[in-house]
Design a binder for this molecule. Structure first.
Ligand code: ADP
Ligand code: MG
Length: 756
């Protein structure tokens, strides 16, 4: 029996999924696999694990496991469910890549999908679990897709093998688009039942812009948010932008426009008399001309209905309803909006520190309006209470990967219609809401209907290695919900053969035709490291010359996103500009210091990472050290955890090396630097680039460029790189990132005689 507090009990009863408890539990009892579809906020993530718990699924010798594609969700949902059930975190726990609070008493375990995949490697039948819930399946993250494929095999096995508990599988999705799971004979011979939860979604009126700003959608979002705040009745505002930098820039602008200051807790933005002056001025102006708003004039089309109406009518409505252009038409009258109310502006994105993220769930300070500026993390996985207005820029930042050249880039593109509708839906959770789309209905009509599955957009060598380690030899035959392309699979297999993780096939052609190279013992060791195969190979070679502690530190640094702070961003004020200039100079100085001298210089950017990790650890890995030296604190904490984890993994594979994390690691010797460079080459051997020879410079722009085997145009060493001045003849790089130019990241020098 679960002992919930009366408030929790009351809040639960309002959730649409509660009405379906019996239906869900009956379906689970009678089917090995069940699909649940329900709008974001209908209670899937927080309630379904509780249904299962109360029905005894965690008391018969197995526990309940829930996977999330994002770490944020795994952590925050485990806390939420523990709180709702009035159970300690030893019982309702989480496990993510670096950390967790799982104990032997854990009954409900939230984890990232990657964590469960690793567990399948250790125990293919997942015997600790009686139920696995795959949450947010609509996101179609690579690991989610693979897990569903694997579980489609594990579930029948578990139900066949005697003396084991049966295993139940639940797939939960925020959209109804689940045919890839249900109408897929390869996956489930009998299509699983789909339970639809009718969310009590209040109508959301969608307002399209007449024009679509092509560039400055952040500016447009700013104006729209200001107008909403000045003119529309109370209710939280949620703005969707594409990335962290945009989020911060808009937060800053809004805080300046509508200052909110709490005397005790120093909010990020310092008080400036300029902002105060503007604020007073704005206040005066507004009291002069309070516009009249007739809320009855709004259309009330639910998001998913009346598409034709929307196409045909909304733009007119924008004119007539004049929700936004009222400023020009100062009629006196009443409005429920009070422009002197401060705006309580909060950022939300996945790299944000958890305690900052948690702020969005708490009620805003009394007398303020909540305004959350978010990336698409707020689209489905987290439900922010009290949102009435959504401002949607219609774009999303995605990583693109060119399979032929291996070039990665982050591009901002239009989102899909499904995502845009998810975003709009965020406005109608507690009362009727409004969604302002910063693009025209014609542009919306050109969006793709759905976002594509991630597996079709990225390299798959890590997945192929994991599958081979699970003894799935013919990866092409794997029941993927959406299969990756045959070329992507072939490329992965080829890379794994060259890394020595798979056996070289006797005939090259056979490898391409069948993709059935078996895994080698080295491949098994590599598969046990929680990093991509290239880095796993480096770890496997690290024993030489006592290099392991360095290899572990470098690999940890290479696999964590962006260890340096982004100081190249444009400054918003004079003051900020001079601060940024100072910090840039400091970081440049530190980079030179960390790059070392003489032989170590040739390890290049990887030496800088090693130096930074060593120095940060030596200083106790404090926020202050990071702040002072241009390091991202969150990244450094992740590296610290990953170092610990990789050290354990290496010791497990190879107990005789007995490595440990030394907080006072001395810099590598000259001999060790050479060894490290060779180890790095072994992992990045296909990422080799040669300086363009003088006689081959066909275009003045090619000066100082590097030639790679797969591209006609040269690539470059970034001015921030430790090797920018050295320009060695041969280098290996971690990846090529296209920004203003084709830049190599993570560059290290290679001796000509090492090149095969
Ligand atoms: P779904 O998974 O269907 O999107 P959830 O189970 O995540 O829905 O959320 C159900 C409700 O629980 C949400 O409407 C939200 O208001 C509430 N909720 C979720 N997490 C928290 C939290 N950390 N604090 C307060 N309320 C929360
Ligand atoms: Mg959910």
């Amino acid at each position: 029996p679960v002992d919930r507090s009366p408030e929790i009990q009351e809040a639960r009863l309002k959730l649409p999924i509660l009405a379906e408890e019996q239906v869900v539990m009956e379906a689970v009892r009678e089917n090995p696999c069940v699909v649940i579809c329900g709008e974001t906020g209908s209670g899937k993530t927080t309630q379904v694990p509780q249904f299962l718990y109360e029905a005894g699924y965690a008391s018969g010798g197995g526990i309940i496991g829930i996977t999330e594609p994002r770490r944020v969700a795994a952590v925050s949902m485990s806390h939420r469910v523990a709180k709702e059930m009035n159970l300690p975190t030893q019982v309702v726990s989480y496990q993510i890549r670096y950390e967790g609070n799982v104990t032997s008493d854990t009954k409900i375990k939230f984890m990232t999908d990657g964590v469960l995949l690793k567990e399948i490697q250790k125990d293919f039948l997942l015997q600790r679990y009686s139920v696995i819930i795959i949450d947010e399946a609509h996101e179609r993250s690579v690991y989610t897709d693979i897990l569903i494929g694997l579980l489609s095999r594990i579930v029948p096995l578990r139900n066949k093998v005697r003396h084991t508990l049966p295993l139940k599988l639940l797939i939960m999705s925020a959209t109804l688009r689940v045919e890839d799971f249900t109408d897929n004979q390869k996956l489930f011979k009998t299509p699983p039942p789909v339970i639809k939860v009718d969310a009590r979604q209040f109508p959301v009126t969608v307002h399209f812009n007449k024009r679509t700003p092509l560039e400055d959608y952040t500016g447009e979002a700013f104006h729209k948010t200001c107008k909403i705040h000045r003119m529309l009745p109370p209710g939280g505002i949620l703005v969707f932008l594409t990335g962290q930098a945009e989020v911060h820039s808009l937060c800053r602008r809004l805080r300046n426009a509508f200052p909110f200051r709490k005397s005790t807790e120093g909010e990020e933005e310092a008080d400036t008399s300029e902002a105060m002056r503007k604020f007073k001025k704005a206040k005066q102006k507004k009291t002069m001309s309070l516009p009249r708003i007739d809320l009855d004039n709004y259309s009330a089309l639910p998001v998913d209905e009346g598409d034709e109406d929307r196409e045909a009518g909304i733009e007119d409505e924008d004119d007539g309803g004049s929700d936004i252009d009222l400023g020009d038409d100062p009629t006196d009258g009443e409005t429920k909006a009070d422009p002197s109310i401060p705006l309580y502006v909060l950022p939300l994105y996945s790299l944000l520190a958890p305690e900052q993220q948690a702020k969005v769930f708490r009620p805003p300070p009394p007398g303020t309006r909540l305004c959350v500026i978010a990336t698409n993390v707020a689209e489905t996985s987290l439900t922010i209470p009290g949102i009435k207005y959504v401002v949607d820029c219609g774009r999303v930042k995605k990583r693109f990967y060119d399979r032929v050249t291996g070039v990665s880039s982050f591009k901002v593109t239009w989102t899909s219609q499904a995502s845009a509708n998810q975003r709009a839906g965020r406005a109608g959770r507690t009362e009727p809401g409004h969604c302002y789309r910063l693009y025209s209905s014609a542009v919306f009509g050109d969006f793709s209907l759905f976002s594509e599955a991630e597996i079709t957009r990225r390299p798959v060598e890590d997945l192929v290695l994991q599958m081979k380690d699970l003894n799935i030899e013919k990866v092409v035959n794997f029941p993927f919900p959406t299969p990756p392309s045959a070329e992507a699979l072939a490329a992965a297999e080829q890379l794994l053969v060259s890394l020595g993780a798979l056996e070289e096939p006797p005939v090259k052609a056979m490898q391409r035709a069948r993709l059935t190279c078996p895994i080698t013992p080295l491949g098994r060791a590599m598969a046990s490291f929680p990093v991509a195969p290239r880095y796993a190979k480096m770890l496997a070679l690290g024993k030489q010359q006592d290099c392991l502690p360095y290899v572990i530190a470098v690999v940890a640094a290479m696999t964590v996103r962006e260890i340096f702070e982004d100081l190249d961003r444009p400054a918003r004020s004079e003051d900020e500009n001079s601060k940024l200039t100072q910090r840039r100079a400091r970081l440049a100085q530190m980079r030179r210091l960390w790059a070392g001298q003489g032989a170590s210089l040739l390890l290049g950017d990887l030496m800088v990472m090693l130096g930074a990790v060593g120095a940060c650890e030596f200083a106790g890995c404090t926020p202050k050290f990071c702040e002072d030296n241009g390091l991202r604190y969150k990244a450094m904490v992740e590296i610290k955890r990953l170092r610990g984890q990789l050290t354990n993994a290496v010791n497990a594979v190879c107990p005789e090396v007995s490595v440990f994390v030394d907080p006072k690691m001395t810099p590598p010797t000259e001999l060790q630097v050479v060894c490290l460079r060779q180890i790095v080459l072994a992992g990045l051997g296909d990422h080799l680039a040669r300086r363009v020879q003088a006689e081959d410079i066909l275009d003045p722009k090619w000066k100082n460029g590097y030639k790679t085997p797969l591209m006609d145009d040269p690539v470059f060493i970034h001015p921030n790189s430790a090797l920018f001045k050295t320009l060695p003849d041969f280098v290996v790089y971690q990846e090529i990132m296209e920004t203003t130019k084709m830049y190599m990241r993570g560059v290290s020098a290679v001796e000509a005689e090492w090149v095969p």
